[in-house]
Ligand binder design. Structure first.
Ligand code: SF4
Ligand code: SF4
Length: 469
């Protein structure tokens, strides 16, 4: 815990992280909440995201979950449509195109995801910070409470805070599980005895513990140490990327370092440091720990307004803009990222279309053919496997393509065949005169038709075999 020394506790050591002391122990942060235009914008956006996140798993569209990723049945449901048997290749393309799209956004707008949309930031700043402030008071009071010895008041405040954190974490964990199991199971999980589904119950409790520890205690450490995106985001950015930056030319030399007459606009009030959730001093330049949350912009704008100076000493700007050069909106790097993302999305769309189409496979039985009726009639036995990954339900009939109609017939127990599952197998016999074959084989084409409209939905070539003489 950072000790209250006579020296300014916000003057950070340049040799180590703001969240680590000289012995490598964690320094707890007590960020103040900034007020201002950016805070209002983020608040609006955060509550929109929280509403979507918390309510989406409970909503049904056309009798199906609004969004469900059913891992066990390999089904993906979105706004009433279900993709069955989702293939790993589709999943890979979806994830990879998303990652390159995030890389594209990062190259343009820096770490905008972290500050504006990451659940870590959204939940901590909107809910956990509020609970903390309600129960333990302002940043200064929280720091004092932490440093005070244990007392009844400290114990009660801590207990109430962690009970409220646990309630919220339980709700977030249940909602998260809902995205995988759907609203019906989610309701059961919420209202029934845990013994009815121990596996899911234990999984949800583990998730609750993870959210509780992360959002309640680990916090900025996750962004600084554990988040893979946080580690690699700097390689996606360049001097044209928009970041949250301190205008050195305007701010320096800061107050207290030179004569009053020669100082810049920064009055060294440290308000930008006091509000920073990762504890950094943005005046030291763009840093890996900055999650682009805009808190320091509001804090500094507030000071500039009071000093009757223009806002924006800390603002969104690219390195080029700060150096007086124009900012290129689209760079080669951004173009490559969005180009790869579009290629992957196109591949996804192509494979999706191919996989949602009706597909027929004829699987020959162990006995290639049987001859009946004094050797004149030949039978070929197959299993017909019908698959599709889309949400359509098919009512099918079959026919053999025009050229050989009449010379060969087929027998199948299901006509029309209702295909309402991702995969159906049926028995399929072909019957034909042995003279129909040439050299012991003949290739025919079987068509699957929409039973009501007669539209051809799929066709497949089948090789018929029989005696060669
Ligand atoms: S430096 Fe500013 S934008 Fe970056 S994390 Fe700290 S407060 Fe947020
Ligand atoms: S809030 Fe603005 S004026 Fe105060 S220390 Fe930070 S940059 Fe300087």
């Amino acid at each position: 815990m950072r000790k209250l020394k006579s020296k300014n506790i916000y003057e950070l050591d340049s040799e180590r992280l703001a969240t680590t002391d000289e012995h490598g122990n964690r320094v707890y942060l007590y960020p103040e909440e900034a007020k201002g235009v950016w805070k209002e914008r983020r608040k609006f956006f955060y509550w929109f995201l929280i509403s979507v996140y918390l309510f989406l798993p409970w909503i049904n569209v056309n009798g199906k979950p609004a969004l469900q990723v059913d891992i066990f049945n390999r089904e993906f449901t979105f706004l009433g449509s279900t993709l069955h048997g989702v293939e790993p290749v589709l999943f890979f393309l979806m994830i990879a195109s998303g990652l390159f799209f995030i890389a594209f956004i990062t190259s343009l707008l820096g770490r905008v995801w972290c500050g504006w949309a990451c659940p870590q930031t959204v939940f901590i700043q909107t809910i956990y910070w509020k609970i903390e402030a309600l129960v333990e008071g302002s940043a200064r009071k929280r720091r004092e409470l932490d440093q005070a010895s244990w007392s009844m008041e400290k114990g009660v405040r801590r207990l109430v805070k962690w009970i409220l954190f646990t309630i919220i974490s339980l709700h977030i964990a249940h909602t998260f599980v809902g995205y995988f199991v759907g609203p019906r199971v989610l309701l059961q999980l919420t209202t029934h005895n845990p013994s009815e589904n121990w596996g899911l119950f234990i999984g949800t409790m583990i998730l609750t513990a993870i959210f509780l520890l992360d959002f309640g205690w680990f916090r900025e450490q996750f962004c600084i140490i554990a988040c893979p995106y946080g580690r690699i985001q700097s390689v996606m950015m360049d001097e044209n990327s928009l970041v949250i930056a301190y205008d050195v030319k305007r701010g320096e030399p800061r107050r207290g370092t030179v004569d009053r007459a020669g100082e810049g606009d920064c009055i060294n009030c440290y308000n930008c440091v006091k509000v920073c959730p990762t504890g950094i001093d943005i005046r030291r330049g763009n840093q890996l720990e900055c999650i682009h949350c805009t808190q320091c912009i509001d804090a500094c704008d507030d000071i500039m307004t009071k000093l009757k100076k223009p806002k924006g000493l800390i603002r969104y700007a690219s390195e080029n803009e700060l150096n007086g050069k124009p900012r290129k909106t689209m760079t080669l790097r951004s173009g490559i990222y969005i180009g790869i993302s579009l290629i992957l999305i196109s591949a996804f769309a192509y494979f999706l279309k191919a996989s949602t189409n009706l597909n027929m496979v004829f699987l020959r039985s162990n006995i290639p053919f049987r001859v009946i009726e004094d050797g004149q009639i030949v039978l070929n036995d197959f299993k017909l496997k019908l698959t599709h990954q889309g949400s359509s339900e098919y009512k099918l009939d079959f026919r053999i393509k025009e050229e050989v109609k009449g010379e060969v017939s087929f027998i199948t127990p299901s006509r029309p065949l209702v295909l309402n599952k991702p995969e159906v197998k049926i028995i399929f016999f072909f019957r034909f005169n042995r003279d129909f074959l040439s050299g012991g084989t003949k290739i025919i084409t079987v068509e699957a038709l929409d039973f009501n409209t007669g539209k051809i939905l799929a066709e497949k070539e089948v090789t018929l075999v029989g005696p060669s003489h």
